[in-house]
Design a protein around this ligand. Structure first.
Ligand code: 13P
Length: 255
């Protein structure tokens, strides 16, 4: 029932893929395939592709996001990009707290929170990633991990600002492994995360929140996953690099 009231959003996370010509070609192929989508369509691309992507999506229903941002407004942070720099370009979304950032680049719940704050202050929409490692699932602490990551990341975020946040549940063991969570597992944890948000912001705000699933979602399994009450969309890695596959997922989310 409540699912119908929430906006479904399918977001591609291109990760470290595509040169500018390749990015342009992929977007041109994608545009006609998703033009009738009845859900939000976002592509999160490497910094070097942002300008190309913003130009290519003009006049279409595709929104552009970055894959990270720094928490400071500006300053001596060699190699980093601020949220203000993204907003000034016309970028609307930013992925924050992706498990690859946590695993390989020392991202912590605290730095995730600082980046979320900076992104909101710059006027961006945030796709906040949370999810457990395989050993954490096996230890039975999936809920504790997801609750902690969600609560710390949302520290200092107001109820009004929550409307600019999407949470993506991405079990780390399902990312890039071809090993998808079952639709039941995704629904269970997505629903649990919604419950955590309900305790912080109230039931109404939680029911309005878009909670995506990410981790080996593809053209074949999308429909089943997206059919679940608490799965309001997807954050798509590998399958977002193929226009046809990504568009099948977008169609599955359109309702
Ligand atoms: P895959 O779809 O390649 O498993 O990646 C998921 C992901 O990490 C999206 O952010």
């Amino acid at each position: 029932m409540n699912k119908a009231k929430r906006q479904a959003v399918i977001a591609g996370n291109w990760k470290m893929n595509k040169t500018r010509p390749e990015a342009k070609a992929l977007i041109e192929e994608l545009k006609p395939l998703v033009k009738d989508a009845d859900c939000g369509v976002v592509i999160c691309v490497p910094y070097t592709n942002l300008e190309t992507a913003l130009e290519a999506v003009k006049g279409s229903n595709i929104k552009v996001g970055a894959e990270n941002c720094h928490w400071a407004k500006s300053g001596a942070f060699t190699g980093e990009i601020s949220a203000d720099m993204l907003a000034e370009m016309g970028v609307e979304y930013v992925v924050i707290g992706h498990s690859e950032r946590r695993q390989y680049f020392g991202e912590t719940d605290q730095t995730v929170n600082k980046r979320v704050r900076a992104a909101l202050d710059a006027g961006l929409r945030v796709i906040l990633c949370v999810g457990e490692l395989l050993e954490q699932r096996e230890q039975g602490i999936t809920e504790e991990i997801c609750a902690m990551q969600t609560k710390v990341a949302l520290g200092g975020v107001t109820k009004e600002e929550l409307s600019r946040i999407i949470i993506a549940y991405e079990p780390v063991w399902a990312i890039g492994t071809g090993k998808t969570a079952t639709a039941e597992q995704a629904d269970e944890v997505n629903g649990f995360i919604r419950g955590v948000v309900a305790k912080l912001y109230g039931e109404e705000a939680a029911q309005a929140l878009t909670v995506q699933y990410g981790g080996s979602m593809n053209a074949k399994n999308a429909e089943e996953l997206l059919g679940k009450e608490h799965v309001d969309g997807g954050l798509i890695g590998g399958a977002s690099l193929k226009a046809e596959d990504f568009s099948v997922i977008v169609k599955a989310a359109s309702r």
